[in-house]
Design a protein around this ligand. Structure first.
Ligand code: HXC
Ligand code: NAP
Length: 268
């Protein structure tokens, strides 16, 4: 997919990536910078933010960042304002901060459930809601990072499933409210992505990893680049008539268990 994007697709544009200091979202921030955008990164850890910014500037890109917890609306608003001051009105917002752990509901305190809802769902509300006043309108593109679990239930993931389902619906509501202002609002739903904190937590053993890979239609984990390219597409004019969409970039994960190899062989 990468080849269809020419260098400089986002030259002169400003991007803001919440939760962009590691994993999938860092890959997104790096990809947007590679396409020419000036990129702002926020997450809680100042050290992680500094390393993420350095990974972009060392490669010749333009980036800046600040420590910020997406659960704190005023802090998010201040980070957005600082971004505009430095780089100009914001063209692309990515909301990807998340927290997760495997826990059955009876092993989950009310505060444990609330913590994931607050980071993922309220945090995404804060980032998107606060961004509106700082956007380059018309033309801005807002992209949240959701998950197949927002549509498909999973054991021991009640908190994350509920949060991601909320993000999906909020994406559609905001697309309706902000479309008339020329603001597109979409979400990308990554399937299991290799070499991430998320999969280290959700499939901590080689056996679990093998089982999950065997159930995905395309057989295997995706890469951070897969997600970064999809976000770049939504950020770009190529997606100029796309809003309110939850785009699956998941190898078919959301379709369900495609592990019926024995049946497949018999059907041939
Ligand atoms: C049960 C747990 C728990 C666990 C924490 N808690 N871990 N309960 N099982 N394994 C409980 C705590 O006991 C506490 O409740 C409450 O959760 C808040 O914990 P804190 O540590 O105080 O919260 P905080 O410091 O805000 O940290 C948030 C965190 C942490 C989510 C708990 O793991 C974190 O910072 N995660 C960020 C990185 C991350 O998770 N990346 C992966 C994203 S992957 P009590 O009642 O004791 O006060 C992802 C995959 C998507 O999202 C695919 C599926 C949707
Ligand atoms: P990750 O590396 O842990 O990324 C999470 C990021 O969010 C980190 O940069 C973290 O940095 C930041 N963050 C966490 N809590 C925050 C808060 N309260 N305020 C601000 N920033 C916060 O995990 P990942 O696996 O790459 O996941 C990235 C995104 O993809 C998440 O939205 C996740 O739900 C989604 N996703 C992942 C997978 C997968 O296979 N990994 C699959 C589907 C969806 P700090 O610690 O510095 O705050």
């Amino acid at each position: 997919m990468t080849e269809v994007f020419r260098d400089g697709l986002l030259t002169g544009k400003t991007a803001f990536v919440a939760g962009g200091s590691s994993g999938i979202n860092l890959g997104v921030a790096q990809r947007l910078a590679e396409a020419g955008a000036k990129v702002a990164i926020i997450s809680r850890s100042a050290d992680k933010v500094a390393a993420a910014v350095a990974s972009i500037t060392d490669a010749g890109g333009t980036a800046w960042g600040t420590a910020c917890d997406v659960r704190d609306y005023a802090a998010v608003d201040a980070a957005l304002a600082a971004t505009v001051e430095r780089f100009g009105p914001i063209d692309v917002v990515v909301s990807g901060a998340a927290g997760n752990f495997l826990a059955p509901v009876v092993g989950m305190s009310a505060n444990a459930f609330k913590t994931v809802i607050d980071i993922d769902l309220l945090g995404t509300f804060n980032v998107l809601r606060a961004s509106f006043a700082h956007l380059a309108k018309p033309g801005a593109s807002l992209i949240s990072i959701t998950a197949p679990q927002g549509e498909r239930p999973q054991m021991f993931q009640a908190h994350a499933c509920a949060a991601k389902a909320g993000i999906n619906m909020m994406t559609k509501c905001l697309a309706m409210e902000w479309g008339p202002a020329g603001v597109r609002v979409n979400a990308v739903s990554p399937g299991p992505i290799g070499d991430t904190e998320g999969m280290a937590r959700l499939a901590p053993t080689p056996e679990m990893e093998k089982t999950i890979k065997g159930r995905i239609a395309l057989r295997g984990y995706g890469t951070k680049r897969d997600i970064a390219d999809m976000v770049l597409f939504l950020a770009s004019p190529a997606a100029g008539y796309v809003t309110g969409a939850i785009i699956d970039c998941d190898g078919g994960s959301v379709l369900g268990d495609a592990g019926g190899d024995a049946l497949t062989v018999r059907a041939r």
